[in-house]
Ligand binder design. Structure first.
Ligand SMILES: [Zn+2]
Length: 210
């Protein structure tokens, strides 16, 4: 079976010094680099928002960061401004060695819609594009690493299961935000959905996935 590695949002704004820094985000870089050498199909995602995006607290007067905004398809958590298209903050971390054959998929590109998942926007309906990219490669299983475990990795994993893909999350290659217990909740939801978890350290990646 063809398997693809999907590397989620390893971008400057989610790393140290960024407005939405995930604790120890840089820890994923060596693991992701080792993983990317082992897969023929590598897809990297980037959170990629227009200025004034609906997910930014600054776009809603009187709302603060981490407030929850009701929407027709559930609550939108409001974040600091992050990953604005074509800014340094939206660039992939400089330590990521992107294979020349890798594909890049940008998500959250529409002003009024957020997209944690690389499969669907947060309405659960509007395609982002990962399913089509996997289908043309005849891929039915994905391995996930990146940021953040409890948001974009989680929702990409859940949507993949919903679409019938086999999914493995490489814990050593992920880090979480852990807002109000979201990391434990994410692990519970992934387990219930049949997402496999694996923990190879960098030096074990080659041996166990090669
Ligand atoms: Zn975002």
């Amino acid at each position: 079976m063809n398997t693809a590695l999907v590397v989620v949002d390893v971008q400057n704004d989610f790393c140290s010094g960024g407005p939405l820094a995930v604790p120890d985000a840089e820890g994923v870089v060596p693991v992701v680099n080792a993983l990317m050498e082992r897969f023929r199909h590598v897809i990297l995602t980037q959170d990629w928002h227009p200025p004034g995006h609906v997910s930014f607290a600054s776009s809603h007067s009187g709302r603060r960061v981490h407030a929850r905004l009701p929407t027709p398809f559930g609550e939108q958590i409001l974040w600091p401004d992050h990953c604005v298209a074509d800014t340094t903050g939206a660039a992939l971390h400089a330590g990521i060695r992107v294979p020349s054959a890798a594909a890049v998929l940008r998500k959250g590109v529409h002003h009024g819609a957020d997209a944690y998942s690389a499969f669907f926007e947060n309405d659960g309906l509007t395609p982002v594009g990962l399913d089509a990219m996997l289908r043309v490669r005849s891929v039915r299983a994905i391995v996930l690493a990146g940021l953040a475990t409890d948001y974009c990795v989680l929702h990409t994993a859940l949507d993949a299961r919903r679409l019938g893909y086999e999914v493995t999350v490489i814990e050593a290659g992920c880090r979480g935000i852990d807002l109000d217990g979201s990391l434990a909740e994410a692990r519970k939801r992934m387990a219930l959905a049949g997402v496999q978890r694996d923990w190879p350290a960098e030096e074990d990646v080659a041996r166990r996935l090669g």
